[in-house]
Ligand binder design. Structure first.
Ligand code: HEC
Length: 116
């Protein structure tokens, strides 16, 4: 492939990544400012007061529906409190949390499993 085309493609890819990062970054801010962090933990890992939200993240529209409609232990977040766009940013943040390593890639765990 022509060198210039490769360079142009690389430049495009890095702008897309930068854009994803800034959406996720805004999502992180919303996640903290709207208090999600207090019950669900900074990485969405969950706690005694909130379920685990990441790394297996619900689709954005399911999160929006849940926030708008919940009557359970979690406070309801209506559109007058947080916009769909802000929830979509939170979704991007949760999606950006790293997946855990496979137990098979951790030597100590592999040893234990082997001895069973
Ligand atoms: C006061 C604590 C609290 C706060 C603040 C809070 N949550 Fe929750 N959240 C919960 C609890 C408790 C549940 C479980 C609710 C249930 O089972 O009805 C839950 C459930 C959820 C679920 C459903 C998860 C599932 O797998 O069913 C989502 C999505 C969610 N929260 C997202 C958020 C987001 C996004 C925010 C911030 C805008 C937030 N929560 C703020 C406590 C909280």
């Amino acid at each position: 492939m022509n060198k210039l085309i490769v360079l142009a493609l690389l430049a495009l890819a890095s702008t897309a990544n930068a854009a994803d990062r800034s959406v996720a970054e805004r999502g992180r801010k919303n996640y903290v400012e709207f208090g999600c962090v207090k019950c669900h933990g900074i990485a969405g890992q969950g706690s005694v007061s909130g379920l685990k939200l990441a790394p297996d993240v619900l689709p954005a529209d399911a999160i929006i529906t849940f926030l708008r409609g919940t009557t359970g232990p979690m406070p309801r977040y209506g559109a007058e409190i947080i916009s769909d766009a802000q929830i979509i940013e939170i979704h991007a943040y949760l999606e950006s949390r790293p997946k855990p390593a496979s137990p098979d890639s951790i030597a100590a765990l592999k040893d234990i499993r082997g001895k069973r």
